[in-house]
Design a protein around this ligand. Structure first.
Ligand SMILES: NC(=O)c1ccc[n+]([C@@H]2O[C@H](COP(=O)([O-])OP(=O)(O)OC[C@H]3O[C@@H](n4cnc5c(N)ncnc54)[C@H](O)[C@@H]3O)[C@@H](O)[C@H]2O)c1
Ligand SMILES: [Zn+2]
Length: 364
């Protein structure tokens, strides 16, 4: 037998900067002109964000002599599909986008996940820039390089890890979000407080009114701290081998609740319920104290998020759904659990706690 080894040990530097400032989008064209990342830009967005910010961004690029096309699909999670991806790719192909192109993802998490995945596979990969415009996208989906589309079999099942070249966060764009969208992001920010920083938790508690009145300083603070926490976790564990799992606090039960409700309970609402339920398990296991769970519940309620599972939801169904989750291992339910507001509890094998079904049923 002949054997030839193809040596492909990679030492890639995928580092990138996240820039946070009111009005920072205006600096993008200048940057793109200087770095010569690409000759053509596909600004991928949804129709809502196109009307608010897309036209202006394209004008800006054109004024700097940068060739660009605005490609907008209808807003909404149901369009985060393989069909939409193909539709966008066809628009790019018809417009002769080649390997010398780049993608600009302008919008919420739906746009970011979609445009990132288009960039990951278009002519086997072209660079992309993220401009998140929802609080969820600012503090969560634009960082970490997870890109994906949904399928009828589940959300985010087809995708890739693909890091952006830069992230531009213009907190002024958050002023056009409705309160519900702010709450969605706030659920993740409160999660960051619990998993890693009690001072962020207290900040949200003390500044909740400012956040809901779109105060730029308060929004900048929570976005910056949220990004920092996610970045520190992701850079230590890009592919979710252990530490990155702490980002899933509230999500094991949350995903099941979201799923069982047929997505009538939003992600933010579901993880809020999930954090409290997982917090109760942590309390029962003696991992953290009752006053911490009380503070968490109170802050989520203050943010207008639900903290109780809907009465019609049967815990047995929740458990069954958790076992089917793509993150469960061979039907064994695993969760990350807090040991205090600001830090997560570890077992001998890492952050994931294996939890018995009967225990969950008894406690919840
Ligand atoms: N990749 C990741 O790591 C990651 C992490 C978290 C969430 N996600 C994904 O993110 C998605 C959810 O993101 P989302 O909550 O941003 O939803 P979204 O992208 O659907 O945005 C919510 C709504 O707000 C609108 N919108 C966006 N920016 C706006 C603005 N500035 N002003 C007014 N309206 C605006 C959108 O058009 C949309 O109707 C889900 O698909 C989820 O799977 C991915
Ligand atoms: Zn989440």
């Amino acid at each position: 037998m002949e054997s030839i080894k193809v040596n492909l040990i990679k030492t890639e530097d995928n580092s990138y900067d996240i820039l946070i400032k009111e009005g920072v989008i205006a600096e993008l064209a200048h940057y793109l002109k200087n770095v010569k990342m690409a000759y053509r830009f596909a600004i991928i967005t949804d129709d809502t964000v196109k009307a608010l910010y897309g036209g202006k961004l394209q004008k800006d690029l054109l004024a700097h002599g940068l060739n660009s096309e605005l490609i907008a699909f209808p807003a909404g999670e149901k369009n985060k599909s393989r069909e939409t991806k193909a539709w966008i790719e066809d628009r790019m192909l018809e417009n002769n986008f080649a390997r010398d192109s780049a993608v600009i993802a302008l919008g919420g998490g739906v746009v970011g996940d979609m445009a990132g995945y288009v960039a990951a596979t278009y002519t086997r990969g072209i660079p992309y820039i993220q401009i998140p415009t929802t609080l969820v996208a600012c503090v969560d989906s634009s960082i970490g390089g997870k890109t994906a589309v949904d399928t009828p079999h589940g959300k985010n099942l087809i995708g890739s890890f693909y890091q952006p070249r830069r992230v531009y966060i213009d907190v002024a764009t958050l002023s056009t979000l409705n309160e519900k969208e702010i709450r969605e992001g706030l659920a993740e920010v409160i999660k960051y407080g619990v998993i890693s920083e009690s001072s962020l938790f207290s900040y949200v508690d003390q500044n909740i009114d400012k956040i809901f009145s779109y105060d730029c300083e308060a929004l900048t603070y929570i976005v910056k701290r949220g990004c920092e926490i996610k970045a520190r976790v992701v850079e230590k564990d890009e592919r979710e081998s252990d530490l990155r799992k702490i980002l899933n606090f509230g999500h094991t039960i949350g995903h099941a609740v979201e799923n069982l409700s047929g997505y009538t309970i939003s992600h933010g609402q579901a993880i809020s319920i999930g954090m409290v339920a997982e917090g109760e398990l942590a309390l029962e296991m003696g991992l953290w104290k009752e006053n911490e769970l009380v503070s968490l519940t109170a802050l989520l309620e203050k943010a207008g998020l639900p903290t109780k599972m809907p009465e019609e939801m049967d815990i047995k169904n929740v458990i069954e759904t958790m076992k089917l989750d793509k993150k469960s291992r061979g039907g064994q339910i695993e969760m990350v659990l807090p040991k205090a507001i600001g830090s997560m509890s570890q077992t001998r094998d890492g952050y994931a706690h294996k939890i018995d079904e009967s225990f969950i049923e008894k406690v919840l």
